[in-house]
Write a protein that binds this ligand. Structure first.
Ligand code: SAM
Length: 212
């Protein structure tokens, strides 16, 4: 199957098991992710995370977009914080699509399940849409984000609502309680009214908090 025509189902994305599975799938999906998946599913999660971040941001920068993919979250920020946002992703091909949009200060290839190539206390904010979900990044990915976030850093991260409890996110945030404050959860729709298929009504929990 050629890369141009590769159009996985969401079921394929949820069935991923390892970081290498993610590298393989997203390297083939990168060229059709925006025009295929995001258009066809009326993908609203990036816009929902962007709106919550902009409401809470109070100028917090620099910002890391975690699992940035092709950059849809920052595209929905309408050039707010332009030049102050870095993109992190395990897929160099997804980041190459994002880089073409000139939305980011720089792109960083890194695996959230391992040590990231980023210094301690670097970012004043971390934003993420669609990355903390089944088959992608689990709750332990939050440990590296806490390390690279500066004290007082704002986090605005979506976590797939269906997997929030069963994949251990609820328990993880409970264990992080001594290190974080102002914790909130806001339910949002992942997809808009034009979506169809079994995932059309999927919800995200947008989790917000500050590192103490
Ligand atoms: C569903 S896409 C979301 C992309 C973008 N944020 C959006 O909302 O369109 C999930 C992204 O997470 C990335 N990803 C998966 N596992 C990762 C890992 N271990 N470390 C960093 N990024 C990862 C994938 O490469 C992919 O770009």
């Amino acid at each position: 199957m050629s890369h141009e025509n590769y159009a996985p189902e969401l079921t394929d994305a949820y069935a991923l098991q390892t970081p290498q599975d993610n590298v393989d799938l997203y390297s083939r999906w990168s060229s059709t992710y925006d025009s295929g998946f995001a258009q066809e599913m009326d993908y609203q999660l990036p816009a929902n995370v962007a709106a919550i971040f902009l409401e809470m941001s109070e100028g917090a920068a620099p910002i890391l977009d975690v699992g940035a993919g092709t950059g849809l979250l920052v595209e929905r920020m309408d050039r707010a914080f332009a030049g102050d946002i870095d993109a992190l992703d395990i897929s160099a091909e997804m980041l190459a699509v994002a880089a073409e949009k000139s939305l980011y200060r720089k792109t960083i290839v890194g695996d959230l399940t391992r040590t990231l190539p980023i210094e301690n206390n670097t970012y004043k904010a971390a934003i993420s849409s669609g990355t903390f979900t089944h088959g992608h990044v689990g709750p332990d990915g939050l440990d590296e984000l806490m390390r690279i976030a500066a004290p007082g850093a704002l986090f605005v991260l979506s976590v797939n609502a269906k997997h929030y409890k069963e994949r251990g996110f609820e328990e993880k945030f409970r264990s992080l309680a001594p290190q974080i404050e102002n914790f909130t959860i806001r339910p949002v729709r992942n997809y808009g009214d034009r979506a169809d298929g079994e995932h059309r009504l999927d919800m995200g929990n947008v989790v917000t908090f500050k590192k103490r």
